[in-house]
Each structure stands twice: as C-alpha cells, then as structure tokens.
Design a protein. Structure first.
Length: 592
C-alpha cells in the first residue's frame, strides 16, 4: 500500500480499449515541498498559462509578500486599531462641530425651501389669491374661443377713451338721482373685428334671423370700427354665396359677456339710410341673458315673459280648458284667428315642479322664482311720411285682455307730446307691446343728415309697483316717455298677475336688418350699402347699487346655460323640442 506521503496518478496505456491502470508516484517537480504546489501553478497543467494563473496566489501565505504577524505595524493601523490613551482627548469634545452645524444648516434650508415651494406656496396662493369673476361671461376672465385679445387699449369695463365728464350722469326721470359709469366702449380703435373670440365684450352673430322673417344673413363681416365709431353695414350680395339670401347685415351683442340689472343704457347713434325712406330696420335693444337672440331653442318659453306667479299666465295659450273666456273669445290677434296667445307657456315658471330643471333661485315658500328673457328696446328706427322716428318699447308676457295695458296718466308719462305719441300697435299672439313713437333728430342720419350722432337710451328700475319700478326711454339725450310698473299690473279679465319690469341680467344688442314684417319697404328709394354708426355706448348705475354681470346671485344663468349649451350655440335648434328637451312639469296643471 502506498504511504501517506505519496500521491499517485493514473496513467492509461496507448490502447483505448485497454483496462489496465498503472499507479505512478507523483513527484513535486523540483519544488521545496508540496505546499509550494498551487492548484493554479502553470507547471501542473499541460496547457499554456492563462492571465488568471499569473495573478494567483500560492497556498503558502509566506510566499504572499505581506505582513502576517500582528506585532508588526502597518501605515494605516491608526484607522482601525483603537488607542484609548490617544482617543481620550476626542471623547470629551462637543459632538457637534462647526462643520456639522454648517451641514445641518444647509439641509434645513434645503428642506425648508422644498416645503415652501411645493406646500407653502400652493396653500398661500389658495387662501390669498383674488380670482376675478367671469360674471357668467365666456371671455374676459373666462373662456376665449381663440385665445386672441382685443386691441382696444385696455381690458376694463370702462374704456380709457371715455371722457371724465361722462363718468357720472343724473337721472333723466327725476333729475336728482346720481348714476356712475360702469361700462363704456368708445370704438375709437379702427379695424376691430367681432368674430367669436375676437373681443372680450362683443360678438357678432353668423346666422339668419328667421324669427322676424329677415331678408338678410347676419355676418361678422358686416361689422367693424372705422373713423372712431362702430359701423354695421347692410349690403346687397350674390345669394349664391350668401346662404341664398340677397342681403348681408349685422347683429352685435354682449350676450353672456356683459350684462347689467337696472340703470341707464345710452348709445350715440347715426341712423342708417335717410330720414324719409322706409324699409331699413336699425335697432338698439336689450334682452335677458337666459335667452340668446337668434337662437330659437333658447328663447322658446322664455321670451318675452317677465312673470313670477303660478297661475294660468304660465301655461300654453294662456288658457286651460277654455278658461278664462277672455283668452279664447276671439278678440285677440286678428292675424291669428283672434287668439290672445300662441305662446307655448313659461318654461321656467314659478309653477315648475320641485326637482325639475330650473336655474333657480327658490322663494321662501319653496317655489322657484319665475325666470325668463324679457326685452326692452332702446329704439327701432322707422319713418312716418317724411319724418324719421323711433319706436321705443317693451315686450311682455303674459298678455292683458286685447293687449290693452293700464296706460293711465300715472302710468304713462310723455315729456313732449309734440315729439312723442302713443303707438297704436299693442302686440299680438306672440307678444304684448308697450310702445311710443318719437321724432328723431333729423340731422343724425347716414345719407341726408348733417353727420351728427344722437343719444338714445333707457333708464329703468327693476321690479313691481311696490318697488317703484319704471322704464324711461331717452331720445336725443332727453326723456321721451315713462312707463310705471303699475301699468303692467294684474288683469282680472285674463286672470293674470302683475308682470315685472325686468329683474333679469340684461345684455346689449345692436343690429341693422331688413324685413317686410317690420313695415313696408321702398325698394326704389333705398340706397345700398346702408350703414348705421355708433359713436359710443355707456351703461350707468346708481352709486352704491352696482349690479353688473350675467350671473348675479339673485338671478343666476351660468349653470343653466352650461347645462343646455347647445341650445345657446347651435342656431339650427329652433325649438326646445328640436333640441331634444321637454318643458318642466307644471304644478298649476297638476303635473307634479
């Protein structure tokens, strides 16, 4: 048997089929001992040496060329060999050094800055920032369709070009009450345009005003500013390129952008055409913001109501099962089978059942406030013989018997009977009208005048007789006539209650149109293009009683308009039903 100091290796013969194995002593190959033989030694291998074998250590640590005795010191021993006597001087020192304080200070500053940026600043901004109200508007402070900003010198409600002596105005009704300017536009910047998104306050319509059988297409192309005034042009057009209509006109409004409730609205106007040729339809007027002029679905059941009572006045045709008799006795509109009313009923009435869609608010008894889109016309220009006149009126619903309002001397006041007369047109099946005709300043016309501008306007206090409400119409910078709210009081014949002088937020409208429904047209004498010019528009309210904005707390509109936005943006919806909606249920009809 081989001894323990021997190692053997098997060596095979040359024949692969042979099974004999020879045991041959394994020698140390001239090394001092077997300890010197590293398993990585190149001499053990029959293959060439590799890179790894060059850097391999032998199994004998004595050949590693390092200090193996713990008694021998190395240069870095002080890093890991503690010395109590040497370290004692450090143990009693203050643990925080100046360098440590500096490091901690930097960390504290960094953390504080991050907290301030991502926590403190947003919180402070939330509680301290003042967010400008859009007042129900879509543009200034709200939504601008194109992101453009109008070049009108400033973005305030008061035009910087308005002279300071126009900042206040005394009531033309009582001659005492002081009013202050809340909105103005002087139109001094030429070249303004009024496509959607172009202007913070005004927007021109792009549609056919079918409600009054107009012969023109209203286009933003017809409206601009020139020579320091707003100009609306009515012109002949090729019908093939003008929506199959032979005329192009313009209508400009502040709908859902600027509204006011009560006050004085005045405009300086040069009327289109001549003072002795009939056929044009220039107008300046106002309407409640819940109805958008030209958009039939938004208007149905709201125009021209101004009513806050739950009774027969809120229902279709202003009658129920033939009651009251005054509504069905054939003494109404002679052009509509003698019917008193063809209105569909007040869509947002005080009779609206609880839980139905309604903009609110709610009375103390839980019923909704009656809401609507009233109309007050500053003027509609016409001609009587060879004299230019303006019809200045209010439109109402529900209707008095035979459309005769209580025009007593207390309720109907004319300031100059020579210039102003009662308008015999009192309405029809779709509206009741309170109107007077007043001679204009004959020089303030486009073609045969002196080039002057005349001031037209309205002054009104919202509400009922108990609120001392009234409307005063202004012609040539003077009061023309006044309607007291008592004139639109209850009517026992038609079983309706009082109608209010508009309490709704009202927006401004001006347009130039042509329609045979307004009156006869002298086609031979009319000259085109016809241009109506507005030098400026201004709105005043009593000092300390400012109420501007299209979404006031007492008469909100924004949420309702947003909910039914297509009715206010798509003129192809001509009725509420065509928009796919139905009127809210009515408690008077027992529908709740």
């Amino acid at each position: 048997m081989p001894g323990p100091d021997r190692q053997y290796q098997a060596v095979g013969n040359s024949s692969p089929s042979s099974s004999r194995v020879d045991l041959v002593p394994r020698t140390p190959n001239n090394r001092t001992s077997f300890l010197d033989a590293s398993p990585y030694d190149s001499n053990r291998s029959r293959v060439p040496s590799s890179v790894s074998s060059k850097f391999s250590l032998t199994v004998n640590p004595e050949r590693w060329n390092i200090v193996l005795s713990p008694n021998e010191k190395e240069p870095d021993d002080h890093l890991h060999n503690p010395d109590p006597r040497r370290d004692h001087s450090y143990d009693n020192r203050f643990v925080v050094s100046r360098r440590g304080i500096a490091n901690m200070g930097c960390l504290v500053l960094l953390v504080s800055a991050l907290l301030g940026l991502f926590a403190g600043y947003p919180i402070a901004s939330y509680f301290l920032s003042s967010i400008q109200s859009t007042s129900g508007g879509y543009n200034l402070g709200g939504t601008n369709a194109t992101g453009q900003v109008a070049d009108i010198g400033n973005f305030g409600l008061i035009d910087k070009d308005t002279p300071e002596d126009a900042y206040t105005l005394t009531s033309l009704t009582d001659g005492m009450t002081e009013y202050e300017l809340v909105f103005s536009d002087e139109f001094n910047v030429d070249g303004r345009t009024f496509w959607p998104g172009d202007d913070p306050y005004w927007e021109a319509l792009d549609l056919h005003y079918w409600q009054t059988d107009d012969l023109e297409w209203h286009s933003p192309k017809a409206i601009t500013t020139k020579n320091g005034s707003l100009q609306i042009t009515l012109s002949k057009q090729d019908a093939a390129s003008n929506h199959n209509l032979s005329y192009q006109g313009g209508m400009l409004t502040t709908w859902n952008k600027f509204c006011f409730t009560g006050g004085i609205f005045v405009a300086s106007v040069k009327i289109a055409g001549s003072n002795d040729v009939v056929g044009l339809w220039p107008a300046v007027w106002t309407m409640g913001n819940l109805g958008r002029a030209g958009y039939g679905a938004s208007l149905e059941g709201l125009w021209p109501y101004s009513y806050d009572t739950c009774d027969v006045g809120t229902v279709k045709n202003q009658s129920r099962s033939g009651v009251p008799a005054a509504a069905v006795d054939g003494t109404g509109d002679i052009y509509n089978s003698g019917a008193l009313s063809y209105l569909p009923g007040q869509r947002l009435s005080r009779c609206t059942c609880s839980g139905q869609s309604h903009p609110g608010p709610v009375h103390s008894d839980g019923t909704y406030v009656g809401r609507s889109a009233p109309e007050i016309d500053v003027f509609e220009a016409t001609v009587s013989g060879t004299t230019g006149q303006v019809s200045q009126s209010g439109q109402w619903a529900p209707f008095d018997y035979q459309y005769i309002w209580q025009n007593t001397s207390e309720n109907y006041i004319v300031y100059n009977t020579t210039a102003t007369s009662y308008n015999t047109y009192m309405g029809g099946a779709y509206q009741q009208s309170t109107s007077s005709l007043t001679d204009t300043n004959q020089g303030c016309y486009q073609l045969n005048g002196t080039g002057c501008f005349a001031t037209y306007g309205i002054e009104y206090v919202p509400g009922f007789a108990e609120d001392d409400a009234y409307i005063t119409w202004i012609n040539n910078d003077k009061a023309a006539w006044t309607l007291k709210a008592a004139g639109m009081g209850a009517d026992s014949k038609t079983n309706i209650s009082a109608r209010a002088v508009s309490q709704e937020p009202m927006y401004l409208i001006t347009n130039l149109a042509i329609s045979e429904s307004f009156g006869s047209i002298d086609w031979d004498a009319l000259e085109f293009p016809a241009i109506m010019s507005l030098d400026w528009v201004r709105v005043y309210q009593q000092k300390g009683s400012t109420n501007i904005g299209c979404d006031p707390t007492g008469f909100p509109t924004a949420a309702y308009i947003e909910e039914y936005s297509e009715a206010y943006t798509n003129p192809n919806y001509t009725t509420w039903a065509s928009y796919g909606q139905s009127f809210p249920t009515n408690s008077y009809l027992g529908e709740c």
